[in-house]
Design a protein around this ligand. Sequence first.
Ligand SMILES: Nc1ncnc2c1ncn2[C@@H]1O[C@H](COP(=O)(O)OP(=O)(O)O)[C@@H](O)[C@H]1O
Ligand SMILES: [Mg+2]
Length: 252
Amino acid sequence: MNPSNIRVDEATRRLHERLMHVSRLAAVGEMASGVAHELNQPLAAVANYAQACERLLGLPNPDIEEVRDALRQITAQAVRAGDIISRLRGLTRARESLEQLTDVNSLILELSDLIDSDARLHESTCRFELASGLAPLNVDRAQIQQVVFALVRNALEALNGQPAGQREVVVKTSRAPDGDILIEVCDNGPGISAEIAQRLFDPFCTTKPAGTGLGLASSRTIARAHGGTLEHRAAPPRGACFVLRLPPPSRR
Ligand SMILES: Nc1ncnc2c1ncn2[C@@H]1O[C@H](COP(=O)(O)OP(=O)(O)O)[C@@H](O)[C@H]1O
Ligand SMILES: [Mg+2]
């Protein structure tokens, strides 16, 4: 390689670095304004309820029940703000990852009691279709469990509007032809609403009044950190299906 080529390479590398830096800054800026917006709601609610308490307590005969209600709202909103913050931490993956060789089915079975009781609360059933003979994967068990649980939770929440007795979630494992392991969570709910289909995995994208919109975003971050993917597909005749694809240790 002649010296001028080396100079060009060096310049390209610096430009690339600068661009990466700028795009990281843009992402951080976007993130910060999103966080500010999300946290503003619960904080404004806390301030309003606190003012209401003060006003109520200033009345000659304060209604203690009303004050108690307002205090409960303050607690709920503070918990919500805390939830947003802790999920954001998950999004940036600040904590060390603890990867170990793991049987994917056992990781799911460990969650099954929790999932079953959550399903009962939502008057739904959850079926497990776990393939046998799957090769072990090198993953952070807790993180993958967090993803599976977030997907099941979404499925159960989507089933809320459906007639009781027909609400079903299926958690399935299988081996793709290329050797990747697939974990699928499918439901027979209404499916993804068209207006958010393109933004599904964006932080803060939610259709739920008390949703954080961080479940799918942080789940995808975890999938990618494992060299995998998290995608959505429709589940004919109706419902949604989320597919977590994880590569075997030999391809990471
Ligand atoms: N199984 C599903 N069926 C229908 N819609 C879903 C499903 N899973 C996710 N969604 C949609 O994706 C949005 C984002 O999900 P998520 O990131 O987990 O945030 P949240 O659950 O807090 O709203 C949900 O608000 C919902 O509109
Ligand atoms: Mg969710």
